[in-house]
Design a protein around this ligand. Structure first.
Ligand code: M6R
Length: 607
């Protein structure tokens, strides 16, 4: 999704802005641009294509300004083009704006501005913003008031940076439902959509809340609410190393992140299982409250939603509470049955996913308690939820989520045990056995990653297939869904997951000689049933790949990927690893960009 960078300081702004944009590339984008405050005017350089192309733009090296704004655009309104790229100027070239988000009432605002003599040169929703600011400015309001009045007219979501020709030492930033952080060092201020883009410059940050505005000069920042009452803010120090997002010798971020899973799992477990009772920092739920819960909603998107599906049964079995897992974009627009006895858990790697945050706000408005699980420190979701808990996967850069998923599963399983301990809804010995198994997960993940020759060979064999099916029963079905998502998003191969038992109800009609079917089989009680499903597709000529930790006669099957033993409850944390690697190596065989698949963004900050 769109990314924003801003700088006010003593150095030349343009290289700092471009460097910041390069760090935001992982979010996904199609155009890039920067704008700096030059002697008597605002200079804008932008085009569709990669950030590095900015270096080739004529005159970019001549920019001397020490105040600037920058943007990577992920097209929503209007195709990728130079005209639609940000920054956007108002008609009088007085204000320049970059914007992340969607202005829902931009058509009305455009009509209003056109009626007042303004012209538009792009198809974007953003272009109304500088012109609206200009409209209020011409009515005699100062810079701050004009931005404030314009923001109050906007419906939808925005994180904006605005510079003004008449106030060359200043910048105004504002946000609503879109991420924005402000970093501060001695005599420099940095703005960005996320912390990792700024961590090589500073580790101290201010965090804006929705509807707040910051008026920035190089040695001072003032914060205001949407009525322009001044608000005070604490500077927060963030512990994140500058090189934690480097490739570390791996060819791609995705491969690096797959290999980081043992560490991510270990760090997510942290010290939570050290004592006799689970220590869950950030949550202090009482037995009285938990006993009243009538149901748990787990709400998320994509891979994070699959993590919810992967723990649903565990929560239900261990805690005796019904769990409903829902896609956030659906949940937010229906009228889910929620009351003060409903607990809603939101899972989001980035903590910025617009649908997930909106679904959280909905549950809060209906009186439910909300818990956010996120991987990004101080992300927006942490400011909305009643409680938040971090997974400790480290920065995830590749668009395809890998280590965040396994960390989410680990954390959610520990949370299920934590609830069960408080509720006394499961026996101590059962809880202890699961804890022991969780502690062995990092080693077992390492074991899978030690020798992946088999997986690479299978990837080579099947990479030219046009369609692939993923089958599983119970918890294996949730992993099948994640495997199919991983493959389709990076390799562009059509892949679909089905519960094995559903085959006969339709999908088996698609099985023919050469179709690839990937089966996940980790539940001892369902082995026989799943094997007969596999036999049915083999008979019809399918190439079967089996991922299993079960003992059965494998002589009938060509491609079996063995994973270490683990109870079915925790098996997704291991069985997903071969699926991630398979998707990765199939994509490499096809010569595609694994880290930045087409049309996708890492952080989906608009709905
Ligand atoms: O940051 P989030 O966890 O909220 O993101 C949710 C999905 O957009 C994300 O998991 C997406 O499905 C990934 N590209 C999957 O690999």
């Amino acid at each position: 999704m769109c990314g924003i960078v801003g700088y006010i300081g003593t150095k030349k702004a343009s290289p700092i802005l471009i460097n910041g944009l390069l760090k935001l590339e992982y979010r996904g984008y199609d155009s890039a641009g920067i704008s700096t405050m030059e002697k008597d005017s605002i200079s804008v350089m932008k085009d569709k294509g990669r950030v590095k192309n900015l270096y080739d733009l004529e005159g970019i090296n001549d920019l001397k300004g020490t105040v600037g704004i920058a943007h990577t655009r992920w097209a929503t309104h209007g195709k990728p083009s130079k005209e639609n790229s940000h920054p956007h100027l108002d008609n009088s070239n007085t204000f320049c704006v970059v914007h992340n988000g969607i202005i829902e009432n931009y058509n009305d605002l455009r009509t209003f501005l056109k009626d007042n003599g303004y012209e538009f040169y792009s198809e974007t929703d953003t272009e109304v913003i500088p012109n609206l600011i200009s409209y209020y400015y011409k009515k005699g309001n100062d810079f701050l008031k004009s931005v404030n009045l314009a923001c109050n007219d906007l419906k939808g979501s925005y994180a904006i940076e605005v510079i003004c020709k008449d106030m060359p030492e200043n910048m105004i930033v504002a946000r609503k439902d879109s991420p924005l952080v402000i970093g501060k060092s001695d005599d420099e201020i940095f703005v960005s959509s996320d912390i990792p883009a700024l961590i090589s410059f500073t580790n101290t940050f201010y965090f804006l809340n929705d509807n707040e505005i910051a008026y920035i000069s190089k040695d001072n920042i003032k914060f205001y609410d949407n009525n322009l009452n001044e608000v005070s803010k604490e500077l927060t120090t963030v512990e994140l190393s500058a090189n934690s997002a480097d490739k570390d010798g791996f060819e791609d971020y995705m491969l690096k992140e797959i290999y980081e899973q043992p560490k991510a799992i270990r760090e997510t477990i942290g010290t939570s299982l050290n004592g006799s009772k689970i220590n869950f920092e950030g949550l202090n739920l009482t037995k009285e409250y938990l006993s009243k819960i009538n149901k748990i909603y787990m709400v998320a998107c994509g891979t994070a939603m699959h993590a919810g599906l992967g723990v649903k049964s565990n929560f239900e079995t261990l805690c005796n509470i019904p769990v409903i897992v829902e896609v956030a974009s659906e949940f937010r627009y229906r009228n889910p049955l929620i009351d003060e006895n409903t607990l809603c858990i939101y899972i989001s790697q980035s903590g910025e996913t617009a649908d997930t945050i909106a679904a959280l706000k909905l549950a809060k408005s209906k009186g439910a308690k909300t818990i956010a699980i996120t991987n990004v420190i101080e992300s927006s979701i942490t400011r909305e939820a009643d409680y938040f808990v971090y997974t400790h996967a480290g920065p995830e850069i590749a668009v395809a989520s890998t280590k965040a998923y396994t960390s989410q599963l680990v954390l959610l399983n520990i949370m299920a045990l934590y609830f069960a301990e408080i509720l006394e809804s499961s026996t101590e010995s059962r809880i202890d056995n699961i804890k022991k198994e969780i502690l062995k997960l990092p080693e077992k993940a390492e074991e899978i990653l030690k020798d992946i020759t088999n997986i690479k060979n299978i990837a080579h064999e099947i990479h030219s297939k046009k369609t692939m099916f993923y089958l599983g029963r119970g918890i294996d079905y949730s992993v099948a869904m994640e495997g199919a998502l991983k493959l389709k998003e990076i390799s562009y191969i059509f892949s679909e997951a089905y519960p094995s038992g559903e085959l006969k109800h339709g999908p088996i009609a698609l099985i023919e000689k050469g179709t690839s079917v990937i089966n996940i089989l980790t539940n001892s009680t369902l082995v026989e049933k799943s094997l007969s499903n596999i036999q049915e597709v083999v008979t019809r000529g399918a190439t079967c790949i089996i991922i299993t930790n079960q003992d059965f006669d494998i002589s009938n099957f060509e491609n079996v990927i063995k994973i270490p033993e683990i109870s079915a409850l925790l098996s997704p944390i291991l069985s997903v690893i071969p699926l991630q690697l398979l998707a990765y190596y199939i994509t490499k065989e096809k010569g595609l960009d694994v880290d930045k698949p087409r049309n996708l963004a890492k952080s989906v900050t608009v709905e």
